[in-house]
Design a protein around this ligand. Structure first.
Ligand code: GDP
Length: 446
């Protein structure tokens, strides 16, 4: 399918024992014949010098994969050379007589376009590479090993069978008794909806496991938000650096609390409050909640008042669906009291200033550990979740139309729409911009 040959260093730059270079495309066999061996077989590992114009460049091991039986589906060469930057540079310079630099994720993109794997699997593999906590690695790996692609393929197959069936009926309308037949048709659509809903059920947990729990620290000015954030950050933890598949429109800090990955969002507002307290109103604090999965509502225990109650009322009224942890801060202060409005609520008492936040960390862990360790293949990004939701919307419509005896043309219309969405989910139906965008989160050489 692709004419040009691409090359990339698949291991990291810098000095290492071994460097891995990958080449994919039509010129691979020429490269091998001109620089490595005249005769060779696929899937065999060879060990010899890479020669260029009679000059010995490096002694390497290498494997040839004949397309379509390769990662990309094209001819591929994988070279394991000595991992010195100069050696790698020399080799890649020679290889570029036959090829061009691959861009991010281009090998995987070719694999998807050549039907070697579907988009869901490509995304999961990328998530595995980017995982920085055990839980995110587990969730991404489950998606690969427990066969989410298989579950989606089953939905695809059922939809295809269904549309064939309806098409036959549209062609030969008189052959089939409509009444009894429409019952089974509805059952079939409903059972596909059920399968889809089961996958959707845990999608949010999958997304949180892989991409982090979006957390808003909310409270009136001076309640201790910034002190708490610093206390959480000060601990010796891995700071997660990059998040695949997300855009960052807010400034955030990333935390790893006993393996649970938290993304504290809108920290600009929190940080700002250190200097410009007068500018930060209650509204600003509330704004950060909208995008969050978890709200940490912090109350100044040395000075609780109406402002805390106002925020609390708002949270209870508008954000009931989010996880909430109530924190009563400044328990080291002599004026520390339990405010009346929290009388019937479970809260955690802390001193952010003295770093006494163990109970809070424990609470976060307890709240999420079960959600994030579900042993099922989960959808792990909002692209997948949104598309599956749209698929089910079309199917719900179809199901209703069948029930209301609406003409089969209309039912067919929604089944087709649902099928198109499934193709979008697994990458059989794509547009270039979407694919480029998605693969730009991948590493070069992957
Ligand atoms: P923010 O406006 O909510 O971000 O609040 P800050 O974190 O800036 O804290 C406001 C003031 O409360 C600062 O003077 C902090 O030192 C103080 N403070 C924060 N946490 C505690 C605490 O646990 N105990 C005591 N005694 N003071 C605290």
């Amino acid at each position: 399918m692709f004419k040009d040959t691409i090359v990339a260093l698949s291991s990291s730059y810098g000095i290492s024992a071994i460097g891995v270079i990958r080449i994919s495309g039509n010129n691979v066999e020429d490269i091998i014949r001109n620089h490595l061996r005249k005769s060779f077989k696929p899937k065999k590992m060879y060990y010899n010098w890479f020669i260029d114009n009679e000059k010995k460049i490096d002694e390497i091991t290498w494997t040839f994969h004949k397309g379509p039986k390769s990662y990309t589906g094209e001819d591929m060469l994988e070279i394991f050379c000595h991992g010195g930057p100069k050696i790698i540079e020399e080799l890649i310079t020679i290889l570029k007589r036959y090829s061009r630099d691959a861009i991010e994720g281009e090998f995987s993109k070719r694999a998807v376009l050549n039907n070697k794997m579907d988009l869901i699997k490509a995304e999961s593999i990328n998530n595995m590479i980017h995982s920085e906590t055990e839980l995110s690695l587990d969730a991404s790996r489950n998606q690969v090993t427990m066969g989410l692609s298989k579950d989606i393929s089953k939905i695809e197959k059922d939809l295809l069978d269904l549309s064939t069936e309806i098409e036959v009926e549209l062609d030969y309308p008189d052959d089939i008794a409509f009444e009894s037949e429409s019952d089974t048709l509805k059952n079939k659509v409903d059972s596909i909806i059920k399968a889809g809903k089961e996958i959707l059920l845990n999608a949010d947990n999958g997304i949180m496991a892989v991409h982090g729990i979006k957390t808003a620290i909310v409270g009136k000015p001076n309640s201790g938000k910034s002190t708490l954030l610093n206390a959480l950050l000060r601990k010796d933890r891995a700071i997660v650096t990059d998040i695949p598949g997300t855009t960052r429109d807010t400034i955030e800090e990333n935390l790893n609390i006993k393996g649970i990955y938290l993304r504290v969002i809108d920290t600009a507002g929190i940080r700002e409050s250190e200097d410009k307290i007068e500018k930060i109103g209650i509204q600003k604090s509330i704004d950060s909640i909208k995008n969050s999965d978890l709200i940490i509502f912090i109350v100044d225990g040395s000075n609780p008042n109406k402002d805390d109650e106002k925020i609390f009322e708002k949270i209870n009224k508008d954000y009931k669906n989010k996880e909430l942890i109530i924190v009563l801060n400044k328990n080291d202060d002599k004026n520390f009291v339990q405010p009346f409005f929290l009388k019937n609520y479970h809260y955690i008492s802390i001193s952010a200033k003295e770093g006494n936040i163990k109970d809070l960390e424990e609470e976060i862990y307890k709240k999420f550990i079960n959600k994030l360790t579900i042993k099922k293949p989960l959808l792990t990004n909002s692209r997948q979740k949104d598309i599956l939701k749209e698929t089910l919307n079309h199917l719900e419509k179809a199901s209703n139309n069948i029930e209301n005896g609406i003409s089969k043309d209309f039912i067919m219309f929604d089944i087709r729409k649902a099928l198109e969405k499934i193709y979008e989910l697994n990458g059989k139906n794509y547009n270039e911009e979407m694919l480029n965008n998605l693969f730009s989160n991948f590493c070069v050489g992957k």
